[in-house]
Design a protein around this ligand. Structure first.
Ligand SMILES: Cc1ncc(COP(=O)(O)O)c(C=O)c1O
Length: 501
């Protein structure tokens, strides 16, 4: 039992070569978000758009269906398609407070253990669980591959694999980087037990206990747990809810403190969903290289983009071998496989290999074989396309329901990818109180307090959209809205002097 200004959504740019209907859906979506099509407005009829654009009737129909599935428009029989009456463009992003902190020991929020328990409790509505719902995972093809393994293959698969990983899997991972970062070969990749092992190895390679690591505020709470276990100090750097780490703040912190390394999530940051602009990524890498400070990047969600192009990791800008890129198949294939990898770069490659061999020796041979067969069979890209489209729908539907049921003073930004919503509650509402009341009603959420080493995110919660939207989720968000409303002090009242009985 636990106890415990500015921009709205940035339009996504459709790719030139995307399916035409997706391109059209993307254009209309941008117009909805920018307010050009206000809530309740009727979209042009399919026939008039056909005449105007020369696109086929079926392409336009498919685009409208895509928008309908995402909850942005509603079809009215014999009348046409209308923009959702709930205005998404009225969503305001959480306020970005430029506040960084000096190096401190990690002190986990007291609620952390109960939160970790709650989010993995299968009886609770999973609004805090960032692991993908099995309904989104490629269960059938993976089961088929497992069944196809012969007895003689199984004999080999029950033995250890090379410490740096299965050569075919490393080749497949290297192939995945084509067009995203240049020059990555299988030799650059070391397979790990998930992204967390990759991050742990990277921290062990570049720091010693007592060193300071610059982290985003807020950050993934698992990182705080890891950093504490490794005896590291953290300097929290102000992080924009939409654009990620504030580089001016980082520069100031580097000037003032002896920062040994950085640990950032540039693409679809957890918990913010922020995507760092490409120019910022380049500036970040140059700034850190000039100071000889390595940066560990968690790139686990970069393939979950909704628009185009694929966000590039920091590694794409790395000239001096200062970026250690960590990732895994936990968000894209299955977290239970525990398969990840690290691309340490030439400077740290040998050290990471030694650490991997010395600490966990190797990674599951059977799982590596299954995943490498899945990747080489060509099903992965298809699966990713479906997954991205599902996540986008889930995220939009959830945001719409929040807009509908939470008090108007609630703020959230719609990320351009991933599965997370970072919600700033109305003034005076404590995320831990919301977490507790939601837990009592069978709903798991993540209070913002656990995502930071300071107490500046008490007024936030994180909502995960990693499960297909359903009446159960809809009703849970309605309940959450009622909870937030009940905790929202009326004017003139406060937590210290409550007006409600
Ligand atoms: C940003 C981020 N990094 C790492 C992890 C853990 O990854 P893995 O399961 O591959 O160890 C998670 C899990 O949710 C995450 O959200």
């Amino acid at each position: 039992m636990p106890v415990v200004q500015k921009r709205t959504k940035q339009p996504t740019v459709p790719p030139r070569d995307a399916f035409r209907y997706r391109q059209l859906a993307g254009e209309i979506e941008n117009k909805i978000f920018s307010g050009l099509y206000p809530p309740g407005d009727r979209l042009p009829s399919i026939r008039s758009l056909h005449r105007q654009t020369n696109l086929s009737i079926s392409t336009i129909y498919q685009a409208y269906r895509e928008l309908e599935n995402a909850g942005l428009v509603v079809a009215r029989p014999k009348s046409g398609y209308y923009v959702q009456p709930v205005a998404m463009q009225k969503l305001e992003a959480p306020i970005f407070r430029k506040k960084s902190s000096a190096p401190q020991r990690v002190s986990l929020a007291p609620a952390i253990n109960s939160v970790v328990e709650a989010i993995s409790n299968p009886r609770l509505v999973p609004l805090g669980n960032t692991a993908m719902d099995p309904a989104l995972l490629p269960v059938k093809p993976l089961a088929r591959i497992l069944k196809s393994i012969t007895h003689s293959e199984m004999r080999t698969l029950l033995t250890y694999s090379p410490s740096e990983g299965n050569p075919e899997l490393r080749r497949q991972i290297a192939l995945q980087t084509t067009g995203v970062m240049a020059g990555i070969t299988p030799d650059d990749i070391i397979v790990t037990n998930g992204c967390m092992e990759a991050v742990a190895l990277a921290l062990l390679a570049v720091t010693r206990p007592g060193d300071t690591v610059a982290i985003e505020a807020p950050t993934n709470f698992s990182f705080l747990q890891l950093l504490q276990e490794l005896g590291l100090l953290v300097a929290e750097i102000a992080t924009d809810p939409q654009e990620g780490v504030d580089l001016d703040e980082l520069e100031k912190s580097l000037d003032r403190n002896s920062v040994r390394a950085c640990l950032f999530m540039p693409s679809f940051q957890n918990p913010l969903g922020a995507l760092m602009p490409e120019a910022n990524k380049q500036r970040l890498v140059e700034m850190l290289s000039a100071r000889d400070v390595p940066v560990i990047e968690d790139d686990i969600s970069s393939q979950l983009y909704f628009g185009e192009p694929h966000p590039r990791p920091l590694k794409a800008y790395d000239r001096d071998g200062m970026v250690l890129t960590c990732s895994s198949f936990s968000k894209t294939l299955a977290p239970g496989l525990r398969l990840g990898w690290i691309i340490p770069g030439r400077r740290f490659n040998a050290k990471i290999r030694r650490l991997k061999a010395g600490i966990t020796m190797s990674t599951s041979t059977l799982d590596q074989c299954v995943v490498s067969r899945f990747l080489s069979g060509g099903g992965y890209e298809r699966h990713l396309r479906t997954l991205r489209s599902s996540l986008k729908k889930q995220l939009y539907r959830t945001a719409l329901e929040i807009r509908r049921h939470f008090p108007a003073q609630t703020r959230l930004a719609i990320p351009q990818g991933g599965s997370l919503l970072w919600v700033q509650l109305p003034p005076g509402v404590d995320g831990l109180d919301v977490y507790q009341a939601a837990f009592d009603r069978g709903i798991a959420t993540i209070p913002g307090a656990v995502c930071s080493n300071s107490d500046r995110f008490g007024n936030y919660i994180q909502i995960s959209c990693a499960a297909p939207f359903s009446p159960r989720l809809k009703s849970a968000i309605e309940t959450l809205g009622a909870i937030v409303d009940s905790l929202f002090p009326a004017p003139g009242c406060s937590r210290q002097a409550p007006c409600r009985p």
